[in-house]
Design a protein around this ligand. Structure first.
Ligand code: ATP
Ligand code: MG
Length: 426
């Protein structure tokens, strides 16, 4: 992609309304633009990141044996009346009346819709277990939308729902999601701590929130230092029950099982949440199956959310410096930024165009800054948008046959031939 045809309206100044780094950097790098309170347009650069994150989430959900569906954003009130949540949910629910005076709502979550699907199509224990997920926009009329997309009103969520015959089965589903989550966040270079949680409006008796450590996080958490080296291969639900992590509302210093020298306290951003809630929705919505003994039993359910749009902010909180974002390669909007320092120099142009062609041919996603502007601004923009690699070509490269390759993460700079530069980033 050529910068001259791309669209990323970068800002030099820090926008007034942005209180935390991720919000500031997303606005400054032209990833998003606010439409109204808590509602944003994702501009091309931001959308690429959102898609990359969605894809990692999708791959790990598929690998954990889940089936992707796409449920609507608008739901009928009727389903929520059946579960009893229509009146309980309160002002966070955006309620809508259609032209026939029917009550509708913009879904804040989708337990009712998926349980209704299950109830209509699945009748036998032989079809279990089943896990369905979707990646879809949700709406919650948050009382205080803030920190940009971190706490928006409209936000992108992956929500998965598991259906099992027994409690043991439901725990196996829960375990599979725990593992999938640790893998998912590790692929984005994030350490996420599963913290015991109170179950909020959804209700239930087993629940963990995944928290990314960040000073600007909204929750205060307490955890065993062993969490920092959490390994997917040894993570089981039993092991998790022996490790300790709790949020401020659940942490009781008098009964804390962790010795003082191992107890850490930090602030966290909640990027995911796993719940087991038994038959809370299956009973009222009629999700029963015939068991092996021929009797009808309500299915055991769980639900598992990941805040995909919030993750964009959380990754930036974890990976930035004063110059801008430092994207992990797995989610970066482009892998390489190619800087042409003198577009008015024909020989320099030719070198850049050649390398650009070769990068594209090698399948590398590259942003080629071919704009007619000062080198200082080009360097600043490239650091700001935080692509993992920069290849810098100027008039000097014409005589030396070399270019500079910079790793945005480490700051390391190398003088390389064009061929070696290509190898380095491929
Ligand atoms: P919070 O305590 O932050 O309000 P929640 O407990 O209400 O979160 P869940 O219902 O568990 O959230 O939703 C699943 C995930 O969706 C959360 O872990 C979070 O990452 C994300 N999420 C929830 N609310 C928002 C929001 N207003 N903006 C962006 N992401 C959100
Ligand atoms: Mg909430």
């Amino acid at each position: 992609m050529r910068s001259s045809v791309f669209f990323y309206p970068t800002l030099r100044e820090t926008p007034q309304e942005a209180q935390i780094a991720s919000h500031r950097l997303m606005l400054r790098s032209g990833m998003i633009s606010q439409v109204t309170s808590g509602i944003y347009t994702w501009l091309p650069l931001g959308l690429k990141v959102l898609r990359n994150i969605s894809q990692i989430v999708r791959e790990e959900q598929d690998r954990a044996g889940s089936l992707e569906v796409l449920m609507p954003t608008i739901q009928p009130a009727e389903l929520w009346e059946k579960s009893g949540r229509y009146h309980d949910y309160g002002k966070e629910m955006l309620r809508i009346i259609d032209r026939h005076e029917r009550e509708m709502l913009y879904g804040p979550t989708a337990e009712e819709v998926i349980t209704d699907i299950f109830a209509r199509f699945i009748k036998s224990y032989r079809d279990l277990p089943k896990r369905f997920y979707n990646i879809q926009w949700k709406f919650r009329d948050e009382i205080r939308p803030r920190f940009g997309i971190m706490r928006g009103r409209e936000f992108l969520m992956k929500d998965n729902y598991s259906f099992d015959l027994s409690i043991e089965g439901a725990k196996a589903s829960y375990q599979a999601m725990l593992e999938a989550y640790v893998k998912t966040f590790a692929r984005m270079d994030l350490t996420a701590i599963p913290v015991r949680a109170s179950s909020g409006a959804i209700g239930g008796n087993l629940s963990h929130e995944f928290q990314i450590l960040a000073e600007t996080g909204e929750s205060e958490i307490f955890y065993d230092v062993d969490y920092e080296s959490l390994d997917v291969n040894t993570l089981t639900l039993d092991r998790l029950q022996t490790l300790y992590a709790a949020s401020d509302e659940l942490h009781d210093p008098k009964n804390c099982p962790v010795p003082k020298e191992k107890l850490k306290t930090a602030r966290g951003i909640e990027v995911g949440h796993v719940f087991y809630f038994g038959t809370k929705y299956s009973v009222p919505l009629g999700a029963f199956v015939m068991g092996p003994d021929g009797k009808q039993v309500p299915v055991e359910m769980g639900s598992y959310g990941i805040g995909i749009s919030r993750l964009v902010g959380a990754i930036i909180e974890a990976h930035h410096d004063e110059d801008g974002i430092k994207w992990p390669e797995s989610v970066a909007p482009f892998k390489v930024g190619l800087l042409n320092l003198k577009i008015k120099d024909e020989a320099c142009n030719k070198l850049c165009d050649d390398l650009y062609g070769k990068l594209l041919q090698a399948g590398v996603d590259v942003l080629y800054d071919d704009r007619d502007m000062g080198t200082g601004a080009k360097f600043a923009d490239m650091d700001l948008i935080g692509l993992p690699w920069q290849i810098i070509i100027g008039p000097r490269s014409v005589s030396s046959g070399q270019c500079e390759v910079k790793n945005r993460r480490t700051g390391e700079k190398l003088e390389l031939s064009f061929e070696d530069a290509l190898k380095k980033v491929v």
